[in-house]
Design a protein around this ligand. Structure first.
Ligand SMILES: [Zn+2]
Length: 118
């Protein structure tokens, strides 16, 4: 039997081939960008910030900082992030705390993917 050399499968849109190797993160990122720009998400975000207006991480240090970001507590590493996107759990974070958390998640994802830099 002849082995197929190509590991690239065609996605629904032929212009963007779906990569089989890797963790699919790039495709997830596109979807997430799309979802974050929806009216549905903006409503969820506004409602969460209204009920929880202070950064929860700063609050642990006894600091009161206005939250700017509604963060997904469990992040987006796990493939099931799609199921939690609309339902949460969420937490309010300031920009600094959110960036710090996202940075740690990115490092964890790279380690999980075998240390490759993408
Ligand atoms: Zn903070």
């Amino acid at each position: 039997m002849k082995m197929r050399r190509s590991i690239v499968l065609r996605a629904r849109t032929p212009a963007r081939p779906l990569r089989v190797l890797g963790d699919g993160y790039s495709d997830d990122l596109q979807l997430r960008k799309k979802w974050y720009s929806t009216r549905r998400w903006k409503k969820i975000r506004a409602a969460h910030l209204a009920s929880s207006p202070w950064c929860v991480r700063c609050a642990r240090e006894g600091i009161r900082t206005a939250a700017r970001v509604v963060d997904h507590v469990q992040g987006h590493i796990d493939a099931s992030w799609r199921e939690r996107f609309w339902s949460g759990p969420f937490m309010s974070l300031c920009t600094n705390c959110h960036n710090a958390k996202t940075g740690r998640e990115t490092q964890a994802r790279r380690r999980a993917a075998g240390g490759g830099v993408r």
